[in-house]
Design a protein. Structure first.
Length: 349
């Protein structure tokens, strides 16, 4: 197949977006200070805005979602103790080595009842220690939306049910809400309905909201004071970060109201790809947000290389190709992506 890089479409992740014109303008004119000393006014404004939206007393702006998660894990879980997490969650799978190296903690992994979604009953069972067992669980973590589950969503009510179970055992509940605004777009819940149901929560500005960099960790003032100490300990302190925070403020205003478009584009993409692959290759019922997985014969690497030659970038591993829609993907880009899939599917017979 001849390369068709004139129609380059990037569906590898929703992190590949570029800043909007409004973001670039805000970054150029951002008022800045030194965030190490806590006097960058734009960073402080972003943190105050994020905390207010989350219904939490305080927030801290960090370079990455992984740093948010690792700071939370370190703050809540003692070395040698456990955190409960869904087996395919980002914290317990992709970040497992980070948690072990930075904090000396391990995970009690539970397979979600449906597309990575944990239930209150599953969490309750996990928090009952076996007789004569030395295991100590310090934290429960949940992911919403659940990446490996295809962007599956927990409702605010489901999170509150898990929170009640945790409270009864005096175990904090942490929400990896990298794509929590996508969950809000599906359920209609305000961000604070999730934020007030958990002990602490993080969300990314650099995914569906379209900012170039950064995530926010929210929680109590005491927790955020400790998070600031750990931010420095883990090498995340920065100086005139207001240049980046300015784009984050725009992302909080621009991003949430257009996420339904990403979901609609993902649905159209999923339905189109499903027509080209064997029955059941795409879990259409599970396409709830902006993430699409497709089971492909011969391995994801083979298909990803062929699609790249056709100008379409995807990610994945094993037999699953992963695609994410985002602010840079509209109806025209979906059509171009499906055309690339059609050519590759035809070539592979």
């Amino acid at each position: 197949m001849a390369p068709r890089m004139d129609a380059r479409i990037d569906l590898r992740s929703d992190t590949v977006t570029t800043p909007s014109a409004a973001m670039r303008q805000a970054m150029a004119g951002a008022e800045v200070g030194d965030d190490w000393y806590g006097d960058d006014p734009t960073v402080n404004a972003l943190q105050e805005r994020a905390a207010g939206l989350a219904g939490q007393p305080a927030a801290i702006y960090l370079p990455t979602g992984t740093m948010c998660n690792q700071i939370a894990l370190h703050a809540f879980v003692r070395s040698g103790h456990f955190a409960v997490a869904e087996a395919s969650a980002h914290t317990s799978r992709t970040e497992a080595a980070s948690a072990a190296a930075l904090s000396g903690i391990a995970f009690h992994r539970i397979t979600g009842a449906d597309r990575g979604r944990l239930t209150a009953a599953q969490v309750e069972a996990a928090l009952v220690p076996p007789a004569n067992d030395a295991t100590v669980t310090d934290l429960v973590t949940i992911e919403n939306t659940h990446n490996a589950g295809g962007g599956s969503v927990l409702t605010a009510g489901e999170v509150r049910a898990i929170s009640a179970v945790c409270a009864a055992r005096d175990v904090p509940l942490y929400l990896d809400g990298a794509r929590i605004f996508n969950a809000c777009a599906v359920t209609g819940a305000a961000l604070a309905e999730y934020g007030t149901a958990v002990t602490a929560m993080m969300f990314c500005l650099s995914k569906g909201l379209g900012a170039p960099i950064g995530s926010v960790l929210t929680g109590t003032r005491e927790f955020i004071r400790e998070a600031r100490r750990l931010k420095i300990l883990f090498g995340g302190a920065w100086r005139q970060a207001g240049v980046l925070a300015a784009a984050g403020l725009v992302a909080l205003e621009e991003g949430p109201r257009r996420l339904h478009e990403d979901h609609e584009n993902a649905r159209r993409l999923a339905e189109g790809v499903a027509e080209l692959l064997p029955d059941g290759a795409v879990d259409l019922e599970g396409v709830m947000t902006n993430i699409v997985f497709a089971e492909v014969p011969g391995g994801a690497g083979r298909w990803a290389a062929a699609l790249a030659a056709e100008g379409l970038l995807v990610s994945g591993g094993g037999d699953r190709v992963r695609m994410l829609t985002h602010v840079g993907i509209g109806a025209a880009e979906v059509s171009t992506a499906l055309a690339a899939w059609q050519r590759v599917a035809k070539a592979f017979g």
